[in-house]
Ligand binder design. Structure first.
Ligand code: HEC
Length: 261
């Protein structure tokens, strides 16, 4: 019997490891408490809401992409299964709005052309120095993995976007900086990027500040972890498999030991 117990415990441990809890979103954020949100992708059966991802992409495209790159994404990812669900034709149009540098051509020269679905997302600035110059010396980080790179994950980024408040009276805010409740040091070089009505959603959803912040965070979470849904599905399949295997082994054990007793 003990052996069976060991098998079951090992199987459960393996299953838990396979399902994997998202490490960054589970870790604590140092500093002021974050207002926790309920995200659709959390939990065993969690997944992305394509409509939210589509709205989030609209926010990135119309607002954040003016300053932030998303260099790990290709335009074609926008039509990947489990993503925002754009059609291949839509992706072609989205890509063609931007220009990218390519080359060298036959003459040995670099040239610019319209982006294609197979291209990486176009960058807003040619290089980091140009980005700093345009932003008072502050560098807007690439957003591809920002959800994974910050303690508190999606909740941190949500609270950051919602965290622009009136500074306490005694605090001196440096020129070009904004008071923010969750940014380390409470002064950030990014002007408040989300506000009510900053976008007019294509699907008619009302663009409140909370809605815009939630949608862009959902999109960025998908960008950082597009394989989440596949991972959850695989985890559940592995659990099912182990369950059946445990029953089979138990039956086998009874069969073998019957002769001894
Ligand atoms: C006008 C330019 C500009 C726009 C538009 C902008 N940002 Fe930023 N962002 C910045 C700059 C500059 C920084 C770096 C701030 C600093 O280090 O003080 C930054 C930093 C950030 C950070 C990192 C904060 C940290 O903890 O280090 C996140 C996350 C972020 N932006 C998200 C967004 C999102 C989401 C949008 C769109 C809704 C957006 N930004 C739009 C300029 C911008």
């Amino acid at each position: 019997m003990r052996r069976i117990t060991v098998t079951i415990v090992a199987a459960a441990a393996l299953a838990a490891a396979t399902l994997g809890l998202s490490p960054s979103s589970a870790s604590a954020h140092e500093g002021p408490a974050l207002e926790k949100q309920s995200w659709s992708w959390q939990g065993f059966f969690g997944g992305y809401d394509p409509a939210a991802l589509k709205r989030g992409f609209q926010v990135y495209r119309e607002v954040c992409s003016n300053c932030h790159s998303l260099r790990l994404l290709y335009y074609r990812n926008l039509s990947d299964p489990g993503g925002p669900g754009f059609s291949v034709e839509e992706v072609k149009k989205i890509a063609a709005e931007k220009e990218v540098r390519d080359g060298p051509n036959d003459a040995g020269d670099m040239f610019t052309r319209f982006a294609r679905p197979s291209d990486h997302f176009a960058k807003p600035f040619a290089n980091d120095n140009a980005a700093r110059t345009a932003n008072n010396g502050a560098l807007p980080p690439d957003l591809s993995l920002i959800i994974k790179a910050r303690n508190g994950g999606p909740d941190y980024v949500y609270n950051l976007l919602m965290g622009y408040k009136e500074a306490p009276p005694k605090m001196v805010i440096n020129p070009g900086m904004q008071y923010n409740t969750v940014f380390p040091g409470n002064q950030i070089g990014m002007p408040p990027p989300v506000s009510e009505g900053i976008v007019t959603y294509a699907d008619g959803t009302k663009a409140t500040q909370e809605q815009v912040a939630k949608d862009i965070v959902s999109f960025l979470n998908w960008a950082a972890e597009p394989e989440l849904v596949a991972r959850h599905t695989l985890g559940l399949k592995v659990l099912g498999f182990l369950f059946v295997l445990t029953i089979l082994f138990y039956a086998l054990k009874i069969q073998i030991w019957k002769r001894v007793h």
